[in-house]
Design a protein around this ligand. Sequence first.
Ligand code: 4NP
Length: 163
Amino acid sequence: MQSPQVKVLMVCLGNICRSPTAHAVFAQRVGAAGLIHRIEVDSAGTGDWHIGHKPDNRAREAGARRGYDLDSLRARQVCADDFSRFDYILAMDENNLRDLQQLSPPQLRHKIRLFMEFSDSKERAVPDPYYGGPEGFEQVLDLVEAASDGLLDHIRDTELRVR
Ligand code: 4NP
């Protein structure tokens, strides 16, 4: 089997709400495009509180209502190897971006970007839904779906050169 050409890591704080949602949504887009052997997707958190945990029930249920399966995902923390292993290290918000930049070797910092850069939306961040109501999880899905479509277009154009 061909090894994946492009590796994408979705990052938030806990790796139980936003980045697993981004992981599942982007993986669904990659699968629908027939690119699972060429694009690898993973997710991680900058924090360590939820290592080994399933995604938050609210994220799993909101995702399932739109056809995304988050059940097999387990939280892990960002590690030093991630900065060399992944090509795109995508932060959900500015705090995640800053934390990643501090953790990264300086020569690999160019890989770290805000995920929402790939969306047409004016939003810069996927807001943390953890302490809010159910509407926050719907907003996460709306933002993540838009950014996933943009990211897939970008990778097809610039890395894979397929349409
Ligand atoms: P996430 O949400 O970063 O989208 O996974 C959070 C999950 C847990 C916590 C904060 C944010 N927490 O403080 O435990």
